[in-house]
Ligand binder design. Structure first.
Ligand code: NAD
Length: 503
C-alpha cells in the first residue's frame, strides 16, 4: 500500500493534510509527508466549550445506547485496520505487523467497552438508620482531555475514548506533535461512526487539538476539563500532574518505564530468549514496556547471553513496511543522540557494549536506523536509573533471587516486570507483596505488550494511573453516594439528637 492509497482509504484529503504549519516527517526516510494546521489559542477555547456542550447532551443518553456508538467505531476500525495500521507504521516507524497489532488493540477495547456499557455498576450499602437505604452511583465527569505519546499514536486514544464515551463524557485529544496524521484519521473514523449512530449524538463529541506542547498546556490548564489522561515521559507527567492537581482536577498518568526481566536457573531458556528479544528490540525499543534490563542467574548466563548476542547480530533492520523486517527506525535524530549518549555513559561505567551503531545511512541519510545494543554490566552491582527510549538492553548477572528482585525494584519507575522460572516458589514470590513493585508483574512472558482486559499502568515515576480493562472505567466517572429515607422520621447519623420540638 503506498501513501496515496493509505490517505485515500482513510479519507484524508489534501485540505486535511496539506497547507498547515506543522510539518510531519516519516521516520522511515525522513521525508515530509504532510503539513497539518495547528489549532490557535482561540480555536482551542472554542473546542473546549464545544466539548462541554456536547457532554451536557451525551450524558443523558443511556449508557447501553452510548455503547452502540463504540460498537460502530469498532466495526469501522475492523474495516480500516490495514490502512490505519500502515499509517501508524509510516508515521511512527513501527513495523507493519505491530501497526496492525495496535489497531487490533483499538478493536479489542471497543468490544470491551460495549460490554462495560451495560455494567457501570454501583453499590447498595446498608444504612445505620431505620428505613433508610444507601446507594452509590457512578456519574459522567465532563470533557476528558487525552494527551498521547508518539509511540502508541492511536491505541492510547482508543483505550481512553472507548471508556470515556460509554461513561457519558466527551473527549478532546491532543496527540503527539510527531504523529498528528493518525489522529486526524481516527477523528474521521469516529465521525463516520457518529453518522451511522444517528441524531441523538451531539456534534463535537470527540475533537482533536493539533500542535506542540503549548496546545497540551492550554488543555491541562482548563478548569472546564475535569480529567486529564496524559501518556508520555515522566518529565511531562511531573508538570502535567502538578498543574492538574493545583486546579483540583483529576489526572491519569501513564509515564516512563525501566522494565526488567529476571531469568532464574530453572527457566525455559527458549521462551525466556523469545520474551527478552521481542521486549528489547521490538518497536526499536520504543515501547513504554520495552525490556531495558535483565538479571540472569549465573548458571544460565553464558548460554542465554550467547544466544541473544547471536540473534542481535542477525536481526533484520530496515523499512518497517517490508514484511521481512523486525526492527524499524528510531523516531528522529534526538532519539538517536539520546541513545548514543546513554551508550557512552554505559561504556564509561564499565559496560561492555555490543551494537548500537547507526546503519543504512547511505540509503536513508535523513532517517535513524540503529543496531540494537546489548550492554553487559559485568561485575557491576549498581543499576540503570534512566529510561532511554531506544533499543538498549542492560545485562546483569545474579546469584541470589532476593537481591535480583531488590535491584529490579531499585529504580524510580515501576511499570512492567517479569520473571522466567519453572519453580513455583520463585514465581509466587515474585508476585507477592515483597516481590515486584511494578504495576505489571508477569511470569514466563516478557514485559512488553499487554492485553486490554487488565488494568494497564505502573507505580512511582510511571505515574500511578490505570487505563484499559478491569475497573479502569471508574476514572472517567464521579462517585455519588445517595441516602434515601422512606420513613416519616428524620433520625440523624451517629445518634445525634437535635431537638427543636419546642420551637
Ligand atoms: P513526551 O512526554 O515528549 O510527549 C507526550 C505528549 O505530551 C505529547 O503529546 C506532548 O506534546 C505532550 N506534552 C509535553 N509536555 C507537555 C506539557 N507540559 N503539557 C501538556 N502536554 C505536554 O513523550 P514521547 O516522547 O511522545 O513518548 C515517549 C514517552 O512516553 C516514554 O517515556 C514512554 O515510556 C512514555 N509512554 C508511556 C506509556 C504508558 O502507558 N506508561 C505509553 C506510551 C509511552
Amino acid at each position: 500500500m503506498n501513501i496515496k492509497d493509505i490517505f485515500e482509504q482513510l479519507d484524508l484529503r489534501d485540505s486535511d493534510v496539506q497547507g498547515g504549519e506543522l510539518a510531519v516527517h516519516s521516520p522511515i526516510d525522513g521525508a515530509q509527508i504532510a503539513a497539518v494546521k495547528v489549532d490557535s489559542k482561540e480555536q482551542i477555547d472554542t473546542k473546549i466549550n464545544n466539548a462541554q456542550t456536547a457532554f451536557k447532551q451525551w450524558r443523558n443518553i443511556p449508557a447501553p445506547r452510548r455503547g452502540e456508538l463504540v460498537r460502530l467505531l469498532g466495526n469501522l476500525l475492523r474495516e480500516k485496520k490495514e490502512a490505519l495500521g500502515a499509517l501508524v507504521s509510516l508515521e511512527c516507524g513501527k513495523i507493519y505487523q505491530e501497526g496492525l497489532g495496535e489497531v487490533q488493540e483499538m478493536i479489542d477495547i471497543c468490544d470491551f467497552a460495549v460490554g462495560q456499557a451495560r455494567q457501570l455498576y454501583g453499590l447498595t450499602i446498608v444504612s445505620e438508620r431505620p428505613s433508610h437505604k444507601m446507594r452509590e452511583y457512578w456519574q459522567p465527569m465532563g470533557p476528558i482531555g487525552v494527551i498521547s505519546a508518539f509511540n502508541f499514536p492511536v491505541a492510547v486514544w482508543s483505550w481512553n475514548t472507548a471508556l470515556a464515551i460509554i461513561c457519558g463524557n466527551s473527549v478532546i485529544w491532543k496527540p503527539s506533535e510527531k504523529t498528528p496524521l493518525t489522529a486526524i484519521a481516527c477523528q474521521k473514523i469516529f465521525e463516520q461512526a457518529l453518522t451511522q449512530f444517528g441524531s441523538d449524538a451531539p456534534d463535537n463529541l470527540m475533537q482533536v487539538l493539533i500542535g506542540e506542547r503549548e496546545v497540551g498546556e492550554q488543555l491541562v490548564a482548563s478548569t472546564k476539563v475535569p480529567v486529564i489522561s496524559a501518556t508520555g515521559s515522566s518529565a511531562m507527567g511531573r508538570i502535567v500532574g502538578t498543574q492538574v492537581a493545583q486546579r483540583f482536577g483529576r489526572s491519569l498518568l501513564e509515564l516512563g518505564g525501566n522494565n526488567a526481566i529476571i531469568v532464574a536457573p530453572s527457566a525455559d531458556l527458549s521462551i525466556a530468549f523469545q520474551g527478552i528479544f521481542f521486549g528489547a528490540v521490538g518497536t526499536c525499543g520504543q515501547r513504554c514496556t520495552s525490556t531495558r534490563r535483565i538479571f540472569v542467574h549465573a548458571d544460565v548466563y553464558d548460554e542465554l547471553i550467547g544466544k541473544l548476542k547471536h540473534a542481535y547480530g542477525q536481526v533484520k533492520i530496515g523499512d518497517p513496511l517490508d514484511e521481512n523486517v523486525l526492527v524499524g527506525p528510531l523516531i528522529d535524530q534526538d532519539a538517536y543522540n539520546n541513545m548514543q549518549d546513554a551508550l557512552i555513559i554505559a561504556a564509561r561505567n564499565g559496560g561492555e557494549v555490543v551494537g548500537g551503531e547507526r546503519i543504512l545511512q547511505d540509503q536513508y541519510p535523513e532517517a535513524y536506523y540503529v543496531k540494537p545494543a546489548l550492554v553487559e554490566m559485568l561485575g557491576r552491582v549498581d543499576n540503570v536509573q534512566e529510561e532511554t527510549f531506544a533499543p538498549i538492553l542492560y545485562v546483569f548477572k545474579y546469584t541470589d533471587l532476593e537481591e535480583a528482585i531488590e535491584r529490579q525494584n531499585d529504580v524510580p519507575q515501576g511499570l512492567s516486570s517479569a520473571i522466567f522460572t519453572t519453580n513455583v516458589l520463585e514465581a509466587e514470590h515474585f508476585t507477592c507483596e515483597s516481590g515486584s513493585d511494578c504495576g505489571i508483574a508477569n511470569v514466563n512472558i516478557g514485559t512488553s505488550g499487554a492485553e486490554i482486559g487488565g488494568a494497564f499502568g505502573g507505580e512511582k515515576e510511571t505515574g500511578g494511573g490505570r487505563e484499559s480493562g478491569s475497573d479502569a472505567w471508574k476514572v472517567y466517572m464521579r462517585r455519588m453516594t445517595s441516602t434515601l429515607n422512606y420513613s416519616k422520621e428524620l433520625p440523624l447519623a451517629q445518634g445525634i439528637k437535635f431537638d427543636f420540638s419546642d420551637l
